[in-house]
Write a protein that binds this ligand. Sequence first.
Ligand code: GRF
Length: 193
Amino acid sequence: MRIVVMVSGSGTNLQAVLDAVREGRIDVEIAAVGADKPCRGLERAEAAGIETFVVAPREHPDRARWNRALERAVAAHAPDRVLFAGFMRIVDAAFVEAFSGRIINTHPSLLPSFPGAHAVRDALAHGVKVTGVTVHEVVADVDAGPILAQAAVPVLPGDTEEELHERIKTAERALLVDTLGALAREGALRDAR
Ligand code: GRF
């Protein structure tokens, strides 16, 4: 299974996928890693010898044209799947349509609880005792697509947002690698039929 990974930040989820690919634990080829700005995630990709690209919103006159540029940049690598691994931009319906059913996102809560950019903060503020991570298919509505996998993570007394997010990210990296591995196996089975 050939994938393009999109990142915006530290790229620890990307690193977990890079490591799993390098160690032969999942049958995935990372064709390229893209971002909306220079970030640590891109550096991780470069260090692994993977092609990178940046499609920055400020270099495009409006959201639609940024989306089309991103679409072209991703499509140029002919991916079977597109993985949003900490990609903090919302893509439009036409982008979702271009890769329909093939975009995967990881989100640091048990969806449908706490969608949006502040999932960990919102879970803490709500006082939940269990939160977690969701790997799901991307649809036009934000954080709303079919759920592929989830893992629960406890909220401990006195947790800060950073502490809770770190605990979630540990679970997130494992769940993401497992889910990608399963999708790659399913794809290989389909191709063999
Ligand atoms: C992850 O928890 C992701 O779900 C969230 O931001 C974090 C990104 O972490 N949206 P990293 O860049 O993979 O380290």
